[in-house]
Design a protein around this ligand. Structure first.
Ligand SMILES: NC(=O)c1ccc[n+]([C@@H]2O[C@H](COP(=O)([O-])OP(=O)(O)OC[C@H]3O[C@@H](n4cnc5c(N)ncnc54)[C@H](OP(=O)(O)O)[C@@H]3O)[C@@H](O)[C@H]2O)c1
Length: 282
């Protein structure tokens, strides 16, 4: 079986769709914390295994010998090391054939990277056949409120003109599918990113071009950036993490374009301009 955790999340749903396009539903299982959220998948013949990363006992029956598993990293920052440890231990106990993990680029030194690096260590120590999908940033991180950004006329950040090589979730999902259904990925580390890196001034220019409205870039200090994010309603801890990421982007830590993602998916990654048009059309 191909087993996907976090399959009711945004990346996981795309992975499952990609799998279902290539293998019969009877070979696909999802390990999710809400059976209700996965009801549509169950109706299509996908096996639904209910698990919670926080409850190791729920993971005991989640995997079987020979399964090819994608562990999609959890979304609860600060809790992910014990959560991921529970998944790795369950996968080890079951004897899965492959454990692929959605990690973070190897160059990242900002705080959000810590739990991913610790998880890679846990997987290496388990001795399981594994593949690290070191996902770069999603283009969607910048376009969730593209219309609002255009209306305000400003892209704000503290990354200066640091560059970030994003790709949309669908590209990363296709890469995960390629690794799950393909051969020879055991022990491999993929540095996944968009084909081209861009800066926040360039994002502002793309938004202006696609909308026909003036959009500028304003670089602010980390303290001002934090105030703006908290003022916009983000929780303090999450806002601090995002400001810390911008410092990493300024250092060039998410700018790598080694081409691993395009090679895995067998096509170029979706360019920023196309994602901007899609977001503004939505
Ligand atoms: N590369 C990037 O730019 C970027 C950006 C943001 C996040 N990420 C990382 O990539 C992951 C996938 O991204 P995404 O956009 O798909 O995030 P997402 O939509 O928030 O999905 C996260 C998934 O993890 C599941 N999950 C969280 N805690 C769990 C637990 N205790 N037990 C079982 N499942 C749990 C969620 O389950 P429910 O569906 O039940 O909520 C959800 O399905 C994120 O979780 C995060 O680690 C990467």
């Amino acid at each position: 079986m191909y087993v996907v955790t976090g399959a009711t999340g945004q990346l996981g749903r795309l992975v499952v769709e990609g799998l279902l396009a290539q293998v019969p539903a009877s070979e696909v299982a999802v390990a999710v914390r809400s059976a209700e959220k996965a009801a549509d998948l169950a109706a299509r013949g996908v096996a639904v295994r209910v698990v919670d990363y926080d409850k190791p006992e729920t993971l005991a029956g989640a995997f079987a010998e020979g399964d090819r598993v994608l562990l999609i990293s959890g979304s609860e920052v600060g809790r992910r090391i014990p959560q991921h440890r529970a998944v790795v231990e369950a996968a080890k106990a079951a004897g899965v054939a492959l454990l692929a993990y959605t990690s973070i680029p190897g160059a990242a030194t900002f705080r959000l990277a810590d739990e991913h690096k610790a998880t890679e260590e846990l997987i290496l120590a388990s001795g399981l056949p594994h593949a690290f999908l070191r996902n770069g940033w999603y283009t969607e991180n910048y376009l969730g409120d593209a219309a609002g950004t255009v209306a305000r006329g400003v892209v704000l950040g503290s990354a200066g003109d640091g560059r970030v090589a994003t790709a949309p979730r669908r590209d990363y999902a296709d890469a995960a599918v390629a690794v799950l259904v393909g051969e020879g990925h055991e022990g491999r580390v993929y540095e996944l990113s968009g084909d081209a890196a861009w800066s926040l001034p360039e994002l502002a220019a793309e938004l202006a071009k696609a909308s026909g409205k003036p959009v500028g870039h304003r670089d602010v200090t980390p303290a001002e950036h934090l105030d703006a994010l908290v003022g916009a309603g983000l929780p303090q801890g999450f806002a601090e993490a995002l400001v810390d990421v911008d410092a990493g982007i300024a250092r060039g830590e998410l700018a790598g374009t080694p081409g691993d993602l395009a090679r895995l998916i067998g096509r170029p990654t979706v360019p920023l301009a196309e994602s901007v048009r899609t977001a503004l059309d939505a």
